[in-house]
Every structure is written in C-alpha cells, then in structure tokens.
Design a protein around this ligand. Structure first.
Ligand code: SAH
Length: 332
C-alpha cells in the first residue's frame, strides 16, 4: 500500500468519490515525481526518445520563426521536458543560428523534481512550476511534446453526472458524482485554461507556441483515458501513481480557447515532420552511419511519420501572435 493510496482512501472515506480530474492530478503528480518513466526499460517511449531528428526539427522550426520575426530578445519555454532530450537536440540546432544563444533565454516548466535533475544534467536553463512564473517582459516561444495528454480531464456522463473514483472495501472502483453539466464527453480544463492564458500572453507580448500530442478534432471523446505501464495498458484505478495516466487531446477545444491569436493546424505529425525536412535529415544521418545505425534511423523515420505508427494519431498545432510570421510546416 503506497502512501498515495492511503491518502486517496482517506480522502474518499471523508468526502465521498473523487472526481476523475482530482484522481488524475494526484496520480500523475506522484508518478512523475517518483521516477523516470521513459524508454524501453520504463513505461512508454516518446518521439524525442525515438530519434534526435524530432528535437532537431523542432529546433529548426524555432530558429526559423525567430529569424523571420526579426531576431528579437526572447524566452524559449518548454513545458514538461521529460528527460530533456527534445530541448538538448533542439538547442544544438538553434544555437548554431547567429545571435540565438545570446538573445534567447531558456526556461523549463517542470513540476517533477526528479525529472528536473535529469534535465539539469543535459542543459542549462531556469526552472519553473508554471508558465505564470516566467517574466512577462519579452516574447515567448513555447514548445511542448506530450504535455497536454498528461493534464487531468473530467468525464461528463450525461444526466448531470461525471466520472469519479470510489471505494469498494479497500479497492478503488469507478463511480460517479453529480455535476452541473448535462452534455456527455471529456473536458481538459487545465488545457483550455493554458490555451487561453497563453493566447493572452502572445497577444500582448508576442511570440508563438507549438504543441505536439496525440488527439483528435471534432466533438469531445467519451472515454479516452488510458493507463500505461511497462509499454502495456493498465487499469487506471488499480494502483494509483504507478502508471502513466493520459487522455487524448481535444484539439478543437484547445484551439477554441485560444482567442486573439492565429491558430495553425492541427496537422498530422507525419505531414508536419515531412514538410520540415525529416527525410533529407534522415538521409544525411544515414550517409555517415554504419548499416546497423542506418537501419535504426530508417526505422525511427517510419515510426515518427507513418500513419499506421505515430504519424497520424499525433498532431501538431501552433498559436502565433497576430504580428508574428506564419509558422513553418502548416501550409502545403
Ligand atoms: N516532453 C517529454 C515528456 C512528456 S511526459 C517527452 O516528449 O519525452 C510529461 C511531462 O510533463 C513530464 O516531464 C512531467 O513531469 C511533466 N508534467 C506533467 N504535468 C505537469 C504540470 N502540471 N506542470 C508541469 N509539468 C508537468
């Protein structure tokens, strides 16, 4: 019995079933604070852990946008950097752009102190608990991969009820609590709040934001919650804080909350990476590689771009201030 399970049981006994968003927030905060979950030996593998090409192309996207914006003093922000692989690969590319390293300050928003330590071993930055803590004095360029999917969701079940987690004896079980909403479907309130807050900041201070995640457009999903442990599906209510809890990102809701900025996409990750030049980058890396490494690079290229792999489920969306240039990769 973990301390988290004990604490959650006490909370449910005292106050009744716990809303799914509170459950997901408590579980994920414990989960990320207590381990490095990435890669084959962990629970799941993200795009930057598959290949350096992913972070490099994001770096090229940032450097291109910053250059076309007139090379202003700026703050580059990554939300939820995980192992720091994406930002290390991106920064290597960005810092080759004349003036970038001098004019752009790096900020990482990360709540897990365990993961912060790993990030600090890879790159120099300023760390923050929230985007709000980053100074408002300069334009922001924000990047985030698989960040929104980890934010807590609510599941409205119709007829004035929403998903909650209750107790049967010592076991956590799916339950419901009353809610003020009659519609059915999921809502990720921290994601829409972030889109709104970010849009306001970009509108007043300038800049852009890039989000890559798995998700959909259209009407809200009914039940996209999933728990992943050791690269397999797990029960999201069985062992709190032991599995990664995620939900598909509702890009329609996210874009709808970003008022006063231009929204580009979402486009499929495979399409976006191809437009940014992942194929020539893979060819260049393969040219100097051993046959074994060349095969690994080719496999990574396919995994990141093929519609049957990550290429279609994962999508890319960008928000830009009205007076900033259009971001690369969104127009054919
Ligand atoms: N971007 C990385 C990691 C994705 S996992 C990659 O692609 O590999 C989600 C990341 O977001 C982790 O670093 C986790 O600790 C962080 N995170 C989750 N919820 C957060 C929150 N509310 N605020 C800040 N960071 C959060």
């Amino acid at each position: 019995m973990t301390d988290l399970a004990t604490m959650l049981r006490a909370r449910i006994v005292a106050h009744g079933p716990l809303g799914l968003d509170s459950w997901m927030a408590a579980c994920n905060s414990h989960y990320y604070a207590s381990r490095d979950p990435f890669g084959p030996a962990g629970d799941f593998t993200t795009a930057p852990e598959i290949s350096q090409m992913f972070g490099e192309l994001i770096g090229a996207w940032v450097a291109d946008l910053w250059t076309r914006a007139g090379r202003p003093p700026c703050r580059l922000v990554e939300l939820g950097p995980g192992r720091g692989t994406l930002i290390a690969d991106a920064w290597r590319v960005c810092s080759r752009t004349p003036g970038f390293a001098e004019k752009v300050a790096l900020h990482l928003v990360e709540t897990s102190h365990t993961l912060r330590a790993g990030q600090a071993a890879r790159i120099a930055a300023a760390w923050h608990d929230s985007l709000d803590d980053i100074p408002h004095d300069r334009p922001l360029i924000v990047i985030a991969n698989e960040f929104l999917d980890a934010l807590p969701i609510r599941q409205f079940l119709g007829a004035g009820h929403e998903r909650a987690i209750g107790l049967e004896g010592d076991d956590f079980v799916a339950s419901t609590i009353p809610s003020g909403f009659c519609d059915k479907g999921e809502a990720c309130e921290p994601a829409t709040a972030l889109a709104a807050a970010l849009a306001k900041r970009l509108q007043t201070g300038g800049g852009a934001a890039l989000f890559i995640d798995y998700g959909y457009t259209g009407s809200p999903a009914l039940d996209s919650l999933q728990a992943v442990r050791h690269h397999a599906r797990a029960d999201p209510f069985a062992d709190p804080g032991a599995a990664d809890l995620t939900a598909h990102v509702d890009f329609t809701a996210f874009a709808g909350a970003a008022s006063g900025v231009r929204v580009a996409g979402p486009v499929a990750q495979g399409v976006w990476l191809t437009r940014l030049g992942i194929e020539p980058r893979a060819a260049a890396l393969k040219a100097g590689a051993t046959p074994r490494d060349a095969a690994r690079i080719e496999a990574a290229l396919i995994r990141l771009t093929a519609p049957a792999a990550m290429g279609a489920l994962f999508k890319v969306i960008a928000l830009t201030a009205a007076d900033w240039p259009a971001p690369a990769g969104f127009d054919a």
